[in-house]
Design a protein around this ligand. Sequence first.
Ligand code: FAD
Length: 308
Amino acid sequence: MLRSTLLAAARSGGVKRMVEGNPLTRSVVDRFVPGTTPQDALAVIRELAGRGMSVTLDHLGEDTTDADQAADTVRAYRLMLSELDSAGLAGNAEVSVKLSAVGQQLPHDGNKIALDNARLICEAAADAGTTVTLDMEDHTTTDATLDVLSNLRVDFPWVGAVLQAYLHRTEQDCRDLAGAGSRVRLCKGAYSEPASVAFQAKHEVDRSYVRCLRTLMAGSGYPMVASHDPRMISIARQLATETGRAAEDYEFQMLYGIRPAEQRRLAAEGNRMRVYVAYGDEWYGYFMRRLAERPANLAFFARSLLSS
Ligand code: FAD
């Protein structure tokens, strides 16, 4: 109930005004969103690289309903990619893109505009010598996003995508995307989805995650294990051993600000560890999903609102 209320607020913008301009609540946002500029993002990449970790960068923005705003987002990604290249950090960071930030929801030709815009970002990533991964949003966009993925992979075979274990369809999507050259970031899923398309109970989502992971690990693609859950991490390691994967044949991924000690520990043990770093001004939807994932985050946030 609380989770779905928060996820509805994430889409409506309801709590945004309470947070903006309030230094205490802002510090809670900063735990998950470490900055607004490319320079802030570069500083985080350098710090994490110093600890043996790589990064995927999300220039925040989603549900864009304005073509100019989508074009601004593309420019921001291209600028970030050229900054990465100039700073010699393209080997340490790639980018993650939400298609709704680059036009997917536009009323006319949204999918075509998102594909064209994503292509521009892929060209800039190719010039910089790094990769792009397509984030996955709510289930109404899954087919369209996978369609954009297969179009992009014709010219940029290294483009990756996120699959969400809470969706009933995802086991089949994993089978379809377990082939050579494919990069799949497997997560549990962060949106409010109906029972007609998604598992609702945590144990069902977890079981689905393990089944999906088994398929990806047994395949010949590159699995990206995006979870903070200690059980999923230990099962991933076990499956990697069983399927003969070396440390460089898959990677762990976690969100910036969540279980940072575990991120450092996995990297120090010789595992590939990539941190998802979101930066920019449009932090609201991303932040609200992080609150919805964990009641303790909400309590922490509520205390900062009350004490301000
Ligand atoms: P959970 O069972 O939710 O959590 C396991 C443990 O992790 C918790 O007990 C807690 O200790 C810790 N934890 C989890 N979340 C939090 C939090 N917010 N704050 C503090 N501690 C926490 N979802 C999408 O729908 N689409 C995407 O494109 C997408 N991309 C992602 C990319 C990456 C790299 C990662 C790591 C996640 C992404 N997600 C995405 C979010 C994902 O779907 C989950 O909502 C989120 O990762 C929580 O699930 P979990 O696997 O960590 O397990």
